[in-house]
Ligand binder design. Structure first.
Ligand code: C2E
Ligand code: CA
Ligand code: CA
Length: 576
């Protein structure tokens, strides 16, 4: 290093600055330029913009302590390598602290001379070069290593190597004898969170050991990272071998593990995705992606199971992704519609109400029913804003009808379905009242339909939310009764005054005598609680008659009317 040095001098004392510069100039020709800064912030600013061969830093600065400045300079965002601390007084401890914090040298101001600086810069350069060489060789070592240090299994790189080899072999022999099993532990994050990472690591090691006992000689077992393992099965004779291996894995994981300090040992479950080489994939990546899609599906469909990758599954996954993306803009684009299905009084078959049923007019896929998008709307939370829209639209529509057909007033209710996700929102009560207020609709014209699944979680909180709403005269009905828990406790705990008997029940009453007797019992029981009973899914005249005979209050179903757009509903049921 013979080229002259460019220096930055950070010192607030002008006299000291002049002295340092003078002695530098006097003692060496190696300094080309000295830029000065009077404060720490000014100095840091300069150092962040320009390159200096060395920074001379006064320990005592008006705005920041020299050590703090040193630490900032060392933080990695500054490229100037060498920092020399300056002090007016001798102070051994301070000198040590500065050197520890990364200063190259600690000089008294009157000791500063070009030679010492030159030496400090040169040493810093050498140190940097050694460090750099060390870093590079460490990377090279890592590059070469194919094993995961924790479990000793093949790591991602080892997996890639194995795949390359086996892929080539399978292609040469023109056979589909390769399968991937991608395994992800269920709830591993919980174990880490509850018992700490050390326990999590021990569990991973034991899982790896157990997996090792079930794979065949020609298989590769790899840990891709975290709690994700992959098994490359080679030389397969038949596809079922992959499922057999998955089943063996489930059973070895079922043997209890000792986790942390808990006394009771626990078993562990995993989700497994299986992808087979089928001749059409030509990259390792593709096969792994397929196994990943299958594994994700296994997680979604309840965990602790394995799923096969298939092109049908891929289509399903892709169409879900599409629905999810499109759904996020559907409300803004005004693509939702509400259809209305009429409900009739059983006694005289007069119109008693309508249930609002959501549809999505998708620009390319056409009119979609809620089964297609509701699960995704719930999963993403979009249902809260969509549900709120339905609430407003339903209230608006009924009000319009009431104004146009005064004879309706008070005789017709509108029933709106609420998702369990909406019911958990404390803002629900406000949302409901806003909708009624905005459209000047009477609270007792509105009925909110909920399902039992909404009530099982956080029962007390949910009961409070619903009670607050019902106090204002809004009715709750329990939808799909007979399919879920059909729990009597729920009916008591929640402010429910209408019971909707599920269509599955209604459709079987004609030829299933047991169901018919159950229906009678349910009606009697609901009546005892002074509830109103609605039979839904009434499709035949016989069903309508039986339900009427056993005193259902309202009937709803295709026999009477399908869900219709508002204008058709109006044309069919209202006489002007
Ligand atoms: P649900 O609340 O049980 O609604 C009744 C479903 O049964 C409707 O399906 C309706 O078209 C259908 N249905 C009516 N009568 C008959 C019949 O006689 N036979 C048969 N087989 N089916 C009949 P839809 O409109 O496809 O809605 C499906 C589900 O989507 C609804 O079931 C409800 O759970 C949900 N849903 C609909 N709109 C909304 C909404 O605005 N918000 C929420 N959260 N969920 C909604
Ligand atoms: Ca319903
Ligand atoms: Ca229903």
């Amino acid at each position: 290093m013979n080229s002259p040095m460019r220096l930055l001098l950070i010192d607030d004392d002008e006299v000291d600055r002049m002295a340092v510069i003078r002695s530098l100039k006097k003692s060496t020709t190696n300094v080309s330029e000295v830029i000065t800064a009077a404060t720490a912030s000014e100095g840091l600013e300069l150092a962040s913009r320009e390159h200096f061969d060395a920074i001379l830093l006064d320990y005592r600065l008006p705005d920041q302590d020299g050590l703090a400045v040193l630490q900032t300079l060392r933080s990695g965002n500054f490229e100037s390598g060498t920092v020399v601390m300056l002090s007016r007084h001798e102070d051994e401890t301070l000198a040590e602290r500065c050197l520890e914090a990364g200063a190259q040298d600690f000089l008294l101001k009157d000791e500063v001379n070009g030679r010492r600086l030159y030496r400090a810069v040169r040493q810093a350069r050498q140190r940097y070069q050694i460090q750099d060489a060390l870093n590079r060789s460490r990377e090279q070592l890592l590059e070469l290593s194919v094993h995961d240090p924790l479990t000793g299994l093949l790591n991602r790189r080892g997996f890639d190597n194995a795949m390359k080899k086996e892929f080539a072999r399978a292609q040469r022999s023109d056979s589909n004898e390769l399968a991937l099993l991608l395994l992800d532990l269920d709830d591993f994050k919980n174990i880490n969170d509850i018992h700490g990472h050390a326990t999590g690591d021990l569990l991973l090691i034991e899982v790896a050991q157990r997996l090792n006992t079930v794979i065949r000689d020609n298989d590769y077992l790899c840990r891709l990272g975290g709690d994700e393992f992959v098994i490359v099965m080679t030389l397969l004779e038949h596809e079922e071998q992959a499922v057999e291996l998955a089943n063996r894995i489930f059973s070895i994981l079922q043997q209890p593990f000792k986790i942390g300090t808990t006394t009771a040992d626990q078993s562990v479950t995993a989700s497994i995705g299986i992808a087979m080489l089928d001749g059409s994939d030509d990259h390792t990546e593709d096969l792994l992606k397929c196994a990943d899609i299958a594994m994700y599906h296994a997680k979604k469909t309840g965990r602790n199971q394995c799923q096969y990758y298939s092109s049908a599954l891929q289509q399903l996954v892709q169409s879900r992704i599409r629905i999810k993306n499109d759904l996020s803009v559907a409300l803004d684009r005004n693509e939702f519609r509400v259809f209305y299905q009429a409900q009739f009084n059983a006694s005289d078959r007069s119109l008693g109400g309508a249930e609002a049923l959501l549809r999505w007019q998708h620009p390319e896929l056409g009119l979609l029913s809620p089964d297609v998008f509701m699960p995704i709307a719930e999963e993403t939370g979009l249902i809260v804003s969509i549900g709120n829209w339905v609430l407003h639209e339903g209230c608006r529509q009924l009000k319009e009808w009431q104004l146009n057909y005064p004879e309706l007033a008070g005789n017709m209710t509108i029933a709106i379905n609420l998702s369990p996700v909406q019911i958990k929102q404390h803002s629900l009560s406000t949302a409901v009242h806003n909708a009624l207020d905005k459209h000047a609709l009477d609270a007792n014209c509105l009925e909110l339909e909920i399902t039992e699944s909404a009530m099982i979680e956080d029962t007390t909180a949910t009961a409070e939310i619903l009670s607050a709403i019902s106090h204002h005269g809004i009715t709750f009905s329990l939808d799909d009764f007979g399919t879920g828990y059909s729990s009597l406790v729920h009916l008591k705990q929640f402010p429910i005054s209408v019971l909707k008997i599920d269509k599955g029940f209604v459709s079987s009453i004609e030829n299933d005598d047991k169901n018919k007797r159950l229906l009678i019992a349910i009606i009697a029981f609901a009546k005892a609680l002074e509830m109103c009973v609605v039979a839904e899914g009434v499709e035949t005249v016989e069903q309508a008659e039986i339900c009427t005979e056993y005193s259902c209050d309202l009937l709803q179903g295709y026999y009477f009317a399908r869900p219709l757009p508002a204008d058709q509903f109006e044309a069919t049921f209202f006489s002007s």
